[in-house]
Design a binder for this molecule. Sequence first.
Ligand code: ISE
Length: 317
Amino acid sequence: MSRLRVGVVGVGVMGADHAARVASLPSASLVAVSDPAADRAAAVAAAVPGVQVFPSALSLISSSSVDAELIASPGFAHEEQVFACLAAGKPVLCEKPLTDSVASAARLLAASRDLARPLVQVGFMRRFDPAYARLRSDLASGSIGRLLLLHNVHRNRSAPASFSTELIVRDSLVHEVDVCRWLFDDEIASVQVLTPASSGLAPAGVRDPLVAVFRMAGGGVATTEVFVNSQVGYEVRCEAVGESGSLFVPAPRPLPADFLARFRTAYDLEVSAWVSACLGGFSVGPGLADGWAATAASEAGVRSLQNGGAPVAVDLS
Ligand code: ISE
């Protein structure tokens, strides 16, 4: 197989961006799209010659004209769709969050254990961002000694009114969950989510900003401010504090408008690496175990929210 025939499930903001990305790759062809909003699917198909619109995600996944799937539907739809990919023996890049509950993530992880090779890559694209990758490489070289602390800032200019406090944890903070697991090379032992005074410019009833504290199993601590209605732009930055110094992933200035702009290179590298892995029969980047662990930490964060900000142990049993 010289070119990977890719179908994109869900062509909202992220999925449409990925569809254009896949269509631009020399080693892949965008051959199929599906979306409950037929007009969105039709618009993407109209822009790329030869793309077939499928009436459902499952019909796309089962089609013999599709070799691999990129799933960019909402998190609650992922379990059924990833299961269908596993049943079809097809590789899948599933956007984060893997699923919207630990139980469903655990079911997917259990179903994957007997596979000849990993089929699922999870869309934690920051691992492919050159600045974050350089930070991890510098940490691995010991340039600042043992990593002790991480301080993260994750600000969106604005979020839809439907973007609840829980989704801020499950859909936004989940990136820092994966980044901290990856940079510490460790599991998160407990999560505490504090609710400062909320912005009057956030939708009614939404606690925004949030401050999360992760205690790592090895003793490290990570703090994260996540503020999805910051009004000022898309600002993501990270400071790593070690025994003998500190390292930074700064936010670009001027601030980009959104995550598509800030992480364009990361998405390009992530999807290109995924296509190469699919063609080569190997896996790359975060897999189902990472998606499951991130979901478990997110669930602990939601439970902390529900318990007045008390620290909640992450259940990885
Ligand atoms: C969105 O789904 C993303 O993944 C972005 O990276 C994040 O910044 C944003 O808050 C999420 O809603």
